[in-house]
Design a protein around this ligand. Structure first.
Ligand code: S3P
Length: 420
């Protein structure tokens, strides 16, 4: 896909439903005691994996992804291994669930997912009483022998909503209470949803305490995904002739780190919460921001914008002075090594950038010449470099751009809409 420079970007758009919340809505509705109705679910490659695995365990789904009825059934042991595709959230959250059922299951994934660390969930789930066999004790394929679990108190070495959620989901069926303490706060969708369902969950800063519980089915509408909106928000700030409004997007404070950072950089970005049920939802407006200043992203904000951090690199290209991201080694453990993919491809399109083990540094007011990039099958990197094409001199050709379907199947249609 060759993305050419755009003269103008404008318009109002709604972005696809939130991926994190969709996974959780599917899983929790399958664990409920009665039927649920879910509205506006995200259909993408990742969420299809969670849906299909729950189906293989016995859950029945009716309707489509705009309105899906979920009929939970007691899980039965599947005879086939379960395919997690490219999805870390499917793997880690489902591992927590499967650890708490006396069943034998095997999880496997694509080549990217098979390189991502699973020790981080194996360790706490084994402490709770499940047994795991994984390639090199850390990677997929991975076999799980579930068990009747005991609650634990666990300090996670990294701030990770996937790890926290895996432990909390396992804790639902354990004996005794489960406590998770994180080094910094990660996204809190699981805690919010469980609390809303009547599960005793107490949150105090970075500590979550959960008592085992059952819960009834529920109704839920999924808000727009701020991580998908992020590409358009950044485009609106860096393009010389831009005005974009995004409506109906989730504005959970554990997800809005990018907006806070853009504000600190001096971008013309505003957001307002218009609705607050389970999750705050609202609109974001952004316009050309020619006076942005470079920034060092404070380390405690890193987990609140983990998926958006590479976009800070793109903002840094257009800001004045230095933009620095440190304390973000987790980026190397995502769908690709996002620090390496960012640095290598920036250099290919004429942008100078310095690489650190835990981040990167960019000196601003550079031009993006353009050229060919390889996002290494990583959906978010493919979308980032497509945005770079719109603000480049000669255009950016993105190899294997189809990987955007992992989270945002209609990304290029949405892009065409804003460039007219
Ligand atoms: C997610 C948590 C984050 C994020 C991922 C989705 C989730 O991963 O990068 O895209 O839905 O819980 P980590 O928990 O590994 O930080």
């Amino acid at each position: 896909m060759k993305v050419l420079p755009a003269k103008k970007v404008s318009g109002t758009l709604s972005v696809p439903p939130d991926k994190s919340i969709t996974h959780r809505a599917l899983i929790l509705s399958a664990l409920a005691e009665s039927e649920s109705t879910l509205y506006n679910l995200l259909r993408c490659l990742d969420t299809e994996r969670t849906h299909d695995i729950l189906g293989k365990l016995g859950t029945r789904f009716e309707g489509d992804w705009e309105k899906m009825r979920v009929f939970p059934k007691p899980f039965s042991e599947p005879i086939e291994p379960l395919f997690c595709g490219n999805s870390g959230t499917t793997t880690r959250l489902m591992s927590g669930v499967l650890a708490s059922y006396e069943m034998f299951t095997v999880l496997y994934g694509d080549s990217s997912l098979s390189r991502r660390p699973m020790r981080r969930i194996i360790e706490p789930l084994e402490m709770m009483g499940a047994r795991f066999m994984a390639r090199q004790n850390n990677f997929l394929p991975m076999a799980i022998k579930g068990n009747h679990l005991s609650g634990i108190s666990y300090k996670t070495p990294v701030a990770s909503a996937q790890v926290k959620s895996a432990i909390l989901l396992a804790g639902l069926r354990a004996s005794g209470r489960t406590i998770v303490i994180e080094p910094a706060k990660s996204r809190d969708h699981t805690e919010r949803m469980l609390k809303n369902l009547g599960v005793p969950v107490e949150v105090e800063g970075t500590r979550v305490v959960l008592e085992p519980a059952t819960f009834k089915g529920f109704e839920m509408k999924i808000p727009g995904d701020i991580s998908s909106a992020a590409f358009f928000i950044v485009l609106g700030a860096i393009h010389p002739n831009a005005r974009i409004t995004i409506t109906g997007v989730g504005l959970n404070p554990t997800r809005t780190g990018l907006l806070e950072i853009m504000k600190l950089m001096g971008a013309n970005v505003e957001w307002e919460v218009t609705e607050e049920n389970l999750e705050p939802i609202g609109n974001v407006r952004v316009e050309t921001s020619s006076n942005m200043k470079g920034i060092t992203v404070p380390k405690d904000i890193v987990p609140l914008m983990i998926d958006e951090l590479p976009l800070v690199g793109l903002l840094g290209v257009f800001a004045e002075g230095e933009t620095v991201v440190r304390g973000a080694e987790e980026l190397r453990k995502k769908e690709s090594d996002r620090i390496k993919v960012l640095v290598e491809n920036f250099r290919k399109i004429g942008v100078e950038i310095e690489e650190f083990q835990d981040g990167f540094k960019i000196t601003g007011k550079q031009k993006i010449r353009g050229g060919e990039v390889d996002p290494e099958g990583d959906h978010r990197m493919a979308m980032l470099f497509s945005i770079a094409g719109l603000v480049s001199e000669e255009g950016v050709e993105v190899k294997n751009h189809e990987c955007v379907a992992v989270s945002f199947p209609d990304f290029y249609e949405a892009l065409e809409k804003v460039i007219g």
